[in-house]
Design a protein around this ligand. Structure first.
Ligand code: PNS
Length: 170
C-alpha cells in the first residue's frame, strides 16, 4: 500500500493546502495529514483547533486522515512506518527552504524519509496561512482563501485578537 504524510502547521488550513491534499490523495492509497510544530512560527490556533478544522474540511476524502505530532517528522514517519513526505511548492522562494528541509530529513533519517513536491495550482500560488491571517487581522475578506467553516473560525478568533477591526453590529 502506498502511504504518504503531508506535514504542516495548517494555521489555518487554506484552499492551497486542500488542493495539494486532494491531488496527493489521488496518488497514494492513504494520506496522513499531520499537524506538526514549526519552531519559527507562533500559531494562532491550538493544535486541537487546527485538527478539528482539518477534519471538518477533509471529511469527504476517505483515504485522508488527520493526526498531530510533537517532535521530528522523521520520528513520526518511522512510528507510522511511512517513508514519503509530501510538500507543496508555490514558487522558487519556497523551493530553497523546502530543498534544505528535504535533504535534512533524508540525511537525519539515514535515507528513510524521502520528500516529494507537488506544485500548487496557479490560482493558489499567492496563498498561505500567513496571508489569510494578515488579511483577517485587518477585517478583510478571506472567503477566496479558505472554506466557509474555516472563515468562520478565523473571524471568531480575530474578533478576540483584533476586536477593533470587527465592530459589533448595533
Ligand atoms: O506549514 P509549515 O509551517 O511550512 O510546516 C513546516 C513543518 C511543520 C512541516 C516543519 O517545521 C516540520 O517538519 N516540523 C517538525 C520538526 C522537524 O522534523 N523539522 C525538520 C527537520 S530539520
Amino acid at each position: 500500500m502506498k502511504h504518504a504524510i503531508y506535514p504542516g502547521s495548517f494555521d489555518p488550513v487554506t484552499y492551497g493546502h486542500i488542493d495539494v491534499i486532494r491531488r496527493a490523495a489521488n496518488m497514494f492509497d492513504d494520506l496522513t495529514v499531520c499537524i506538526m510544530d514549526n519552531k519559527a512560527k507562533t500559531p494562532l490556533f491550538s493544535v486541537e483547533e487546527r485538527a478539528k478544522m482539518l477534519r471538518k474540511v477533509l471529511k469527504n476524502i476517505p483515504n485522508v486522515h488527520v493526526d498531530t505530532y510533537s517532535g521530528l517528522l522523521m520520528d513520526y514517519a518511522r512510528e507510522i512506518d511511512c517513508h514519503i513526505a509530501v510538500r507543496g511548492l508555490r514558487a522558487v522562494t519556497d523551493f530553497e527552504y523546502e530543498l534544505q528541509i528535504a535533504h535534512a530529513n533524508r540525511t537525519i533519517s539515514g535515507g528513510w524519509l524521502d520528500t516529494i513536491f507537488i506544485t500548487s495550482s496557479m490560482e493558489f500560488a499567492y496563498l498561505s496561512s500567513s496571508v489569510v491571517k494578515e488579511i483577517a487581522s485587518f477585517g478583510g475578506d478571506i472567503s477566496q482563501c479558505v472554506p466557509p467553516e474555516i472563515e468562520e473560525e478565523v473571524i471568531r478568533k480575530m474578533k478576540q485578537v483584533h476586536p477593533e477591526y470587527y465592530p459589533e453590529c448595533p
